[in-house]
Design a protein around this ligand. Sequence first.
Ligand SMILES: O=C(O)CCC(=O)C(=O)O
Ligand SMILES: [Fe+2]
Length: 343
Amino acid sequence: MTTSFSCLPIVDVGALKEGPLSEGDTQSLSTELYSIFATTGFAYLVNLPLSFDHTEIFNVAKEFFELPLAQKMRLAKTSFRPGNINTYRGYFPIQPHLASDNLKEGFEIGSPNLDHAAPVTSKTSKVVLSEPNVWPSQDIFSKQARLEQMHSELQAFAAKLLSLLAIALGKDPAFFSSWLVDSLSTLRLLHYPPVPLSPTKYTNEDEVKLSCTPHTDSGILTLLHQDDTGGLEVLNASGDWVPAPYVPSSIVVNIGDLMAKVSGGRFTATMHRVRAPQPKLPSVGYGRFSIPFFFEPGENCIVGNFDDDKEGVVYGEHVRKKMSTWVEFLEDSGYDTVSTEGN
Ligand SMILES: O=C(O)CCC(=O)C(=O)O
Ligand SMILES: [Fe+2]
């Protein structure tokens, strides 16, 4: 159950940088993570086992989003550019014709190591979850290899966190290892442009201008890099939106719906939203950049229930069901492709 927290806990995961964890670190970290995921469902992690810092990862995002729109549209999912064949990976543009509280563009990649030989197709959806990544040509975007490396490191980090959760649950540390096979984990670069505010805004809580509407993440575990723009807020059990401001050198971790479900409610998927970045703040000339990494099992993985007497969920079926509600995956986006094609 989410609790009436007023700020998010900070967990030092520095012990994960070294080789095998000591018995003491294993116990203390697994207990701490378990209790966080059972209460706030959200925390900051610091002292990360990653080879890159905020400056580097946000420079990669900036290099991508500064490409001309026509170049980014070459990588657009087929729902935004019908001539393209990519359905799950690639670019999605800002969609101003939809609700203005979902103003964001994004670029998504999957694992560089995924085997694309036998894509699974579905009778009800055209989306190929295991399709290869799409990339800008190397002469205009130099960071493909580095971004793939970041994906691999975040995947390894998520696997370590899952192993600690398994221990906290009293299971074998490898309890979640089948979830790593053919993993569909997604690294998503996000850019929210600044949104002009009228002076009357913020007089009433209902009028808060958002660029990401309240939601829970759909999957297992999210590792989020956010820049120092601010705006992320997390809902507590009393119905208050608690700010989750920028903490230098940290990432935010949170639990998704599927994990909450298969944990039999032991873990909580907490609602969150993002306030629109305002152009009047000097630091938000670009708007907000954030980079969630969604840990996802393989398409055919049966995500087993922690309680052995309850049925598991096939991950591919779960994600296709959820997808019908995501703005970046509407089957027919209604996007005005003509005005964005260019050269
Ligand atoms: O931009 C953020 O900080 C949060 C993004 C998010 O919640 C999501 O993409 O699921
Ligand atoms: Fe989210």
